[in-house]
Design a protein around this ligand. Sequence first.
Ligand code: HAM
Length: 417
Amino acid sequence: MINIPKGTKDVLPSQIYKWHYLESIAKKTAEAYNFLEIRTPVFEHTELFSRGVGETSDVVTKEMYTFLDKGGRSITLRPEGTAGVARAFVENGLQGAVLPFRAYYLYSAYRYERPQAGRLREFHQFGAELYGASSPLADAEVIAFAHSFLRNLGLKEIALKLNSIGCPECRKTYQEALREYFRPNLDKMCADCRTRFDKNPMRMLDCKEETCKKIAIGAPKMLDYLCPECKAHFEAVKRYLDGAKIRYEVDPSIVRGLDYYSRTVFEFTSKAAGAQGTVLGGGRYDGLLAQMDAKPTPAVGFAAGLERLLMVMEAEQVKIDPPEGVTCYLAGMDEKSREKAFLLSEELKREGISCETDLMERSVKAQFKYADKLKAKFVAVIGESELEKGEAELKDMRTSASTRVKFEELAQYLSKR
Ligand code: HAM
C-alpha cells in the first residue's frame, strides 16, 4: 500500500461535519462584513510568491513546493492566499472598479515544513483581504472581522496581539538600529540570521533558534522608531479597537513571517493550541502591489489555519453537533421486497427525504443493526404480506412504536417527522 505523503491529512466522511461547521461560520461572518468569496488557482508562477511574499521570508527561501511544468515554467503551489488574491485583483481590473474591494477565501495552502501537531505541509486557511483603504478604520474592521469569526466559533481563550512595524521610511532607521544592536553578537547567531542581518534584520526577531531568540530579547522596538504618520495610524487603530471593546495586547515581538507587511500586524493566539499557538495572523500590506509592478493600492487582511482552529476547538471543548441520521431505512425481507424497498426509497429521495436500503443482502435482523448504526429515525420493513397489502411496517426507532403506512403515503408521513 502506498501511504499518504508526510504532513498531509485525510478528512473522513465521519469527521467532515466539523469542517462544514467551521466553513459555515466563516461564510456567515464574512457575509456580515460583506466580504464575497474569491477562488484563485492552487498554483501560480513562482515569481508571484518570491516577489510578493518576499525573498527573505522562510516561506519563500525554504518552504515552497516549486517545480518545472512540462512547458519548463517554474510553478509553485500557493504557500498562502494573499499573493494570489493580489494578482487576481490587479489582473481582473478591480483596481479601477468599486473600492474598497473585499474578498474572502477558504482554501488549501502548501508549505514544506517539519510536520507536527498543528503544522502540516498541506493545510487550509480561511482568509480575508480588503483593498483600497489606507484608513486605520480598515485595519480595525479586518481585526474585528477576525475577532467575530473566532468568537462565533465559540472560542473563548483567544488573545489578540497587536503591533506596528511602520512604513519603509521609518523602518530604515529602525533596521539600522537593529544592525547596531545585533552586530556585536552576530558571530554567535545562526547562519540564517547572518544572512538576514544584511537583507532584512527584522527577520532576526522572528528566528526560532534558541540562541538567536535569547540575543533578540533586548533588541530595540519598532514602536519607538515609528514616524509621526505611522504612529498616528497605530494610535487610531488602537482607539477604534478600544471603542469596539476588542481586547488586545501590544506586543512588539510580533513581526510576522512574510515580507509584505507594513504598519499594523496582528496575531490571535490560543493557549489551547500548544506549541503552534497562532491560529490567525494578518496585517496591512500597502507595498505589495507596487512590489508586483502594479499601481500601489493599500490593503489589509488576515488568514486563519483551519486545522489549528479545529485543534483549539477540541481543546476548548466547543461542541459541534454531528449530523442527524438518515430519516428512513427501508428493509426488505426477500429479493422481491428488496426491489420494492429500492423503488420506494428512490421516490422518497426525490421528495428530499434521506433514506437507504439494503445493498448487502443482509438478514432483516442485520439490517436493523445497520439501521441503528446509521441512526435511522425510522425503519420501514417490507415482506411478502406488506407487498400484498401495499403498505410498510414502519418502526419509529426512538420510541420503538410501530405503525402501518401505505406505500403511497410514506413520503407524506415521513416528511412531517
Ligand atoms: P501566516 O501567518 O503565514 O499568514 O498564516 C496564517 C495562519 O495559517 C497561521 O496563523 C496558522 O494558523 C496557519 N498556518 C500557517 N502555516 C501552517 C502550517 N504549516 N500548518 C498548519 N497551519 C498553518 C498568511 O498566510 C498571510 N497570507 C495572512 C494574511 C492575509 N495577511 C494579510 N492577509
